[in-house]
Ligand binder design. Structure first.
Ligand code: BGP
Length: 479
């Protein structure tokens, strides 16, 4: 469209992750993943913070909604056809490591898994949809968590390299856009899903978290190397969770604390993956968290330098506030991710503070810091949707959220930021990562399933479906 600020070829689409929608968790030769060991509801948070959780799957005691997902494994053609109906230019999904290497430490891949993703990719291509693949999204093989202690063990670099090589070799001619690890920096808060470490296997000890990160950085650079050797045109990005962070007030002490929080939560991982070296503030962080010496093998720092990522993929849901001068306020904040309450913002039902201007700030911060293209690969509003008798959802609240964030993206483009695309999270309803439940929904497509797995599983277009279709058709000029 001529009057759009969004460039031609802008990648409008949607995003999902294997463990949250595929289901079929034991089919096609798939092995168990750490996500498969995560029950739904409050039990999920309990096991994550337990000292003794041993990754046992107890189906008599807990409900595991992601074992069924939305059965995308058997419905991917229908789902991708719906994405095509909305006019998606791209579709971000992840490959389940456990469909390719069921235990993670095998040497021969599982052909049935590769065939499944080949079919998914071909289905996208058939509809003119560009696949965007996350190589690992919160679902490393359970065996690697149990037997090797997760990512703190450097043997995982070899296993990941083998896995990445297999999928890159197989799919590089059809898939240009890749990401190495989903929300790599989230391990500060949630090392179970992203690093395969619960308390009993080393989470809570920051040495382990940072060692695990180092091993992941090396693994990521190895994937970039393999990908670029296969095809220099491939675009392989990092993927971080980004929460724009404000000082509560103009007290310089809070301002400095905000800078520190930004370094720790938002920038540390991206700095290494994009710039190819540990940032200057590393020592400060290592001292603060008692990290100690990392085990860094010969040649690894050079590898990081030689193979940085090509773009910055990031998720953006909310902003956060820092106030270290008011202990009461700090204590009142129960919500780890959302931080302190910002009086200028409204929040979702889960306390995630809605801040479209914060997205414009994030885009400016990231682009000015790295001067590499940025890709908003997750954004959206998790909400309880109510269906009418025809299973129609009037999700005006979701449309408002997305419209305001797209307007913020348009403003950032006018600021000079190079944005590759936009893939709102959970474009079809799926299982929530933090609650493990179906009822926190993000989709343009309603899926008739509840937290206990009851329902027909049928798909229904919500009001936002047609709205987003128009957004894409007009390249973002009709909001
Ligand atoms: C991100 C994850 C996704 C996803 C999303 C929404 O952190 O990459 O996997 O689920 O957040 O979070 P939730 O499902 O907890 O609402």
């Amino acid at each position: 469209m001529t009057n759009s600020v969004f460039p031609d070829g802008f990648l409008w689409g949607g995003a999902t992750a294997a463990n949250q929608l595929e289901g079929a968790f034991k089919e096609g030769g798939k092995g168990l993943s750490v996500a498969d060991a995560m029950p739904g509801g409050k039990a999920r948070l309990d096991v994550l913070s337990s000292d003794t959780f041993d990754w046992t799957i107890d189906e008599d005691k807990y409900i595991y909604p992601n074992h069924r997902g939305i059965d995308h494994y058997h419905h991917f053609k229908e789902d991708i056809a719906l994405f095509a109906k909305m006019g998606f230019k791209c579709y971000r999904f992840s490959i389940a490591w456990t469909r390719i290497f069921p235990k993670g430490d095998e040497t021969t891949p599982n052909e049935a898994g590769l065939v499944f993703y080949e079919q998914v990719i071909d289905e996208c291509v058939k509809h003119g949809i560009e696949p965007v693949i996350t190589i690992s999204h919160y679902e490393m093989p359970l065996h690697l968590a149990k037997e090797y202690g997760g990512w703190k063990n450097r043997e995982l670099i070899t296993f990941y390299e083998r896995y990445a090589k297999v999928v890159l070799e197989r799919f590089h001619s059809k898939v240009k856009y890749w990401m190495t690890f989903n929300e790599i920096n989230s391990a500060f808060h949630f090392p179970a899903l992203s690093q395969g470490m619960v308390k009993s296997t080393g989470a809570g000890d920051y040495h382990n978290v940072f060692q695990a990160w180092h091993n992941q950085f090396v693994a990521s650079s190895k994937a970039v190397k393999i990908g670029h050797e296969l095809n220099p045109e491939l675009q392989i990005g990092c993927m971080i969770i980004y929460a724009t962070t404000y000082s509560f007030d103009s007290n310089p002490v809070n301002q400095m604390a905000t800078i520190e929080q930004n370094q720790e939560m938002n920038f540390f991982c991206a700095d290494v993956q994009v710039r190819g070296e540990y940032p200057v503030y590393t020592k400060r962080i290592f001292d603060k968290y008692n990290v100690g010496e990392l085990d860094i093998a010969e040649g690894e720092l050079e590898l990081l330098k030689d193979y940085p990522v090509d773009y910055i993929g990031f998720s953006y849901y909310m902003s956060s506030v820092v106030n270290i001068t008011d202990e009461e306020a700090a204590k009142a904040s129960g919500n780890l991710l959302a931080g302190l309450k910002n009086p200028f913002l409204k929040a979702s039902e889960w306390g995630w503070q809605i801040d479209p201007v914060g997205l414009r700030i994030a885009l400016n911060e990231l682009y000015n810091r790295y001067e590499k293209p940025v890709f908003i690969v997750e954004n959206g509003l998790g909400a309880i949707d109510n269906v009418d008798e025809n299973f129609y959802v009037e999700d005006e609240y979701r449309i408002d959220y997305l419209r305001e964030h797209i307007e913020a993206m348009a403003d950032a483009i006018k600021d000079g930021v190079d944005i590759m695309g936009y893939t709102p999270w959970g474009c079809i309803d799926l299982v929530s990562a933090s609650t493990g439940e179906m009822s926190k929904r993000y989709g343009f497509i309603y899926v008739d399933l509840d937290d206990e797995g009851n329902g027909t599983g049928k798909r229904y277009e919500k009001k936002s479906f047609n709205w987003y279709k128009d957004v894409i058709a007009t390249n973002g000029s009709k909001l």
